[in-house]
Design a binder for this molecule. Structure first.
Ligand code: PAF
Length: 287
């Protein structure tokens, strides 16, 4: 495994791998790696001959009051984890490498970014889409891997690649959970023991929603009402609880077939997200 820091180095390394006939799988991350990232890396290894992981805490996707400065930066531990998993290349540029001048070109995905996390985090998805476009241009992967936990991010990236005719495939991989159900996230490390226990309300709310749908409930307001109660009982502050169309992210009133149940909740100061992708034709799979 090599760790590279410049765009010139990563382009050269990828070019060499390609000359050897290897396909390039790419896992973009902000570091603080956990088993969720591990599952993306393993998916990339199953499909590609050379796996690149980027580690870059992207300043342009954080709002002024957000956790950019305290976001965990753990390059050494992350590199050891990647090494253990058999990653081929880490790309860990500094901010000056990625943004050497004032950035004037931005990627803005309309409509999909208006609601959910986009409503509370203006500019967030412009930063995510822009940095992913830049990273795709640096790494030039065949396939890039994203987690379903960031469902809106995955939808935005899929749409960017489609609408801008970018020459790569996007693979969205399932949410990885702790044994008790908490979705893995780099932000879980901010939680105190008490908050960690209360954070389970996101998973419990999703489970309850699913149970009610299995029992025949299709009215979105009824389903989200029950979820609100579970979160509030655990002193979580709801940012949103929404049931939406998985592709357009438009709110649903009544579940017909496919639905994305998504929520963002503050537990103490920490904002956590989770979701559940549902298909009424296929309800036997548990979360
Ligand atoms: O999901 C993340 O970790 C980030 O949003 C990403 C995709 C690496 C872009 O900075």
């Amino acid at each position: 495994m090599v760790t590279l820091h410049t765009i010139e180095q990563i382009r050269q390394a990828v070019q060499n791998a390609r000359r050897q006939g290897r396909t390039i799988g790419f896992v973009p991350t902000m570091g603080a790696l956990h088993e969720g990232h591990g599952s993306l890396i393993k998916a990339a290894q199953r499909q590609c001959g050379c796996v690149v992981v980027s580690i870059f805490v992207n300043p342009t996707q954080f709002g002024p009051a957000e956790d950019f400065s305290r976001y965990p930066r753990t390059l050494e531990t992350d590199a050891a984890y990647c090494q253990k998993l058999g990653v081929d290349i880490i790309f860990a540029p500094c901010a000056e490498e990625m943004y050497p001048h004032e950035q004037l070109a931005w990627v803005q995905i309309e409509k999909l970014t208006a609601g959910l996390c986009g409503a509370a985090r203006p500019g967030h998805f412009r930063g995510v889409a822009t940095v992913c476009a830049k990273l795709f241009n640096c790494v030039q992967p065949d396939i890039a891997y994203f987690g379903q936990k960031d469902a809106q991010q995955a939808a935005v990236i899929c749409r960017m690649v489609h609408d801008l005719n970018m020459p790569l495939k996007i693979c969205v991989c399932p949410i990885i959970r702790e044994p008790d159900g908490l979705a893995m996230s780099s932000r879980n490390r901010y939680l105190s023991a008490d908050e960690r226990r209360r954070a389970l309300c996101l998973y419990h709310a999703l489970q309850t929603c699913r149970e009610q749908i299995v029992a025949g409930q299709r009215q979105v307001n009824r389903l989200t009402e029950a979820m609100h109660q579970i979160v509030e009982r655990n002193q979580g502050r709801v940012d949103y609880i929404s049931i939406i169309d998985p592709q357009t992210l438009e709110p649903l009133i009544h579940i017909e077939r496919k639905a994305l149940v998504a929520l963002a909740v503050y537990i103490g100061q920490t904002r956590l997200i989770d979701n559940l992708l549902l298909d009424l034709n296929d309800l036997e799979n548990p979360i």
